[in-house]
Design a protein. Structure first.
Length: 241
């Protein structure tokens, strides 16, 4: 009987020890879960705080970067710049108007003596000789003004502005050499073909100017109308030779 009692006590003690161990294991597991949950919550809270701080800082950085972007648009070095490189409009005006008049002077030197028809028969609707230098002076001024309006337009990109300027120079190179063929060399047929090329280039330039700036395109149309009249005179003289 005494042995049975001792055996029962030992078994009870073992059960109690096992229960105690299981309770401690459960409590430690619960504590670990609680710690992990708390760490996750703290991590999420810190992430939210960082995001809110970044959102608060972002507008300030954007405000600081805005002047820098404006400076890039103003200094003319940005390839997508919509402002002309020269900020003084009157310098551009003088440059284009006087520059175009200077090219007209070169045309006069190349074709000298100008407006001396010689043995050419004058066609109908022939303007008096004094009107031609006056009209060409006005025409060269209008070309310079139209180019100035295109150059100073704020909506045109830098690439389009430079392309239009190259087109202007190419067209003027053909323009100033026409008197050389017609007056000095006495080649009216070659001059007629040359003038047809000038009209084509002038029409392309007019379209490009009109897209860039409506005023410049309208002003350039006056020059095209005068070219068409000159082309009529050139063809008529060739037919009367």
């Amino acid at each position: 009987m005494a042995n049975n009692v001792n055996n029962n006590r030992l078994s009870n003690n073992k059960k109690n020890n096992n229960n105690t161990k299981s309770d401690s294991t459960r409590s430690s597991g619960n504590q670990a879960k609680a710690n992990s949950t708390g760490s996750k919550q703290s991590t999420a809270t810190s992430t939210k705080n960082d995001q809110s701080t970044a959102q608060k800082i972002k507008p300030a950085s954007m405000q600081e970067s805005a002047p820098n972007n404006a400076e890039k648009l103003d200094d003319g070095r940005n390839p997508q710049n919509k402002q002309p490189a020269t900020h003084f409009w009157w310098l551009d005006f003088i440059y284009f108007v006087l520059g175009t008049l200077a090219l007209g002077g070169i045309a006069t030197l190349l074709g000298w003596p100008m407006f001396k028809w010689g043995t050419y028969a004058t066609p109908p609707a022939m303007a008096p000789n004094w009107l031609f230098p006056v009209m060409w002076t006005i025409i060269y001024i209008t070309i310079g003004v139209a180019t100035f309006c295109m150059w100073r337009d704020k909506q045109i990109t830098s690439a389009d502005r430079k392309f239009n300027l190259w087109l202007y120079f190419i067209h003027m190179a053909f323009n100033i050499t026409w008197p050389l063929f017609f007056f000095r060399l006495g080649m009216p047929i070659v001059a007629c073909v040359w003038l047809a090329i000038i009209i084509v280039l002038a029409l392309i330039t007019t379209w490009r100017y009109f897209v860039a700036n409506i005023a410049s395109g309208i002003i350039f149309c006056l020059y095209v109308m005068w070219l068409i009249y000159a082309f009529y005179l050139n063809i008529a003289i060739c037919m009367l030779i």
